[in-house]
Design a protein around this ligand. Structure first.
Ligand SMILES: C[S@@+](CC[C@H](N)C(=O)[O-])C[C@H]1O[C@@H](n2cnc3c(N)ncnc32)[C@H](O)[C@@H]1O
Length: 307
């Protein structure tokens, strides 16, 4: 039985080794799929067989071959990401070109056989690669009750947000609970708006600010503060990917309501917090779209003085 498994793994590996097109930078989606299969269907499988049946030289050799191929393919992606990073930092990557490129990766499944239920796809790999977003740094400040830990908004939901928010130069966009900065980096890259992140965790905040600076995204900034205490006086659009729940969420919504008494604002939600935001009497739903299990929803504040 182990013998037939070894042959199956060998055949799968050879198929990838012979696919020269995977080394072509332009074949990003196929390469991401191949990397995913090599990692989870070959390397992980070999590790399990070695663990269950003990050391086998044929499998150990296959493992090394699979690892070498994985590294070669990763290196192609690395070059591609570095090139875009350089162009962005030099101000030489027009938003229209990037948006078009991003659209081609949005919706491309990470694995040939399945759609990710959380809505992540090849675009997430590309965006994180270009932004240099890797492992989240270790947290310094423990979360308080009601606060939700880091989870990135799927990049295609952020693209849909940008598409529908029409963020011009006079808009000030806030991401409440900005995490590693994915949302504000994309807003800063693809729109003319100011993009501000409010993040409780100092290590995330510093990480995101460093990414923005290294990409030369001067309209992106972060503030390391509890969203209940942040200053929102210049904000026009506020995004929340369920950063907190319950009383804390209501306290922040009350702060936004106070802002909405002075000027019209847009509140955009993603994930479970949408259900809590939708019934707020000072907001009306204007648009929504579902991604996997989660909904991206846009709410407009009632005209100042009318609620
Ligand atoms: C679900 S993640 C969203 C991350 C980010 N918006 C994105 O889509 O990539 C929630 C984030 O909110 C932060 N957070 C939780 N409570 C917060 C608070 N009271 N003030 C500021 N940030 C908070 C967490 O540290 C975490 O990074």
């Amino acid at each position: 039985m182990v013998h037939s498994l070894v042959e199956e793994i060998r055949a799968a590996l050879e198929t990838f080794e012979h696919r020269e097109s995977l080394l072509d930078e332009a074949n990003f989606v196929q390469r991401v799929n191949a990397l995913d299969t090599i990692e989870f269907r070959l390397l992980e499988r070999i590790e399990n067989v070695l663990y269950e049946h003990g050391y086998r030289q044929d499998l150990a050799r296959l493992y090394q071959r699979a690892e070498r191929l994985w590294q070669r393919l990763e290196a192609v992606n690395g070059r591609l990401f570095r090139r875009y990073r350089k162009r962005i930092a030099a101000g030489d990557a027009p938003a229209t070109e990037l948006r078009q490129l991003f659209e081609t990766y949005a919706g491309c499944a990470l694995n040939e056989s399945s759609q990710d239920p959380l809505g992540y796809d090849c675009l997430d790999v590309f965006v994180d690669g270009v932004f240099g977003i890797d492992q989240a740094p270790e947290e310094i400040r423990p979360l308080e009750s009601g606060m939700i830990g880091y989870q990135a908004t799927p990049a295609r939901a952020i693209l849909a947000l940008i598409e529908h928010a029409h963020l011009g130069a006079d808009e000030v966009f806030y991401d409440l609970g900005a995490g590693l900065g994915r949302v504000i980096l994309l807003v800063g890259l693809l729109t003319e708006a100011q993009a501000r992140g409010v993040e409780f965790e100092p290590a995330y905040c510093a990480y995101a600010q460093q990414r923005a600076s290294s990409l030369g995204l001067s309209r992106v900034s972060l503030v390391n503060v509890d969203a209940r205490q942040a200053d929102y006086a210049d904000g026009t659009v506020f995004f929340l990917y369920t950063p907190f729940t319950g009383r804390m969420l209501q306290q922040v919504l009350d702060r936004l309501h106070a802002e909405a008494r002075a000027r019209s604002i847009t509140v955009i939600t993603y994930g479970p917090c949408t259900e809590h935001v939708a019934p707020q009497p000072w907001l009306r739903t204007v648009w929504w779209q579902t991604f996997g299990h989660d909904t991206l929803a846009f709410f407009a504040s009632c005209k100042p003085g009318l609620d």
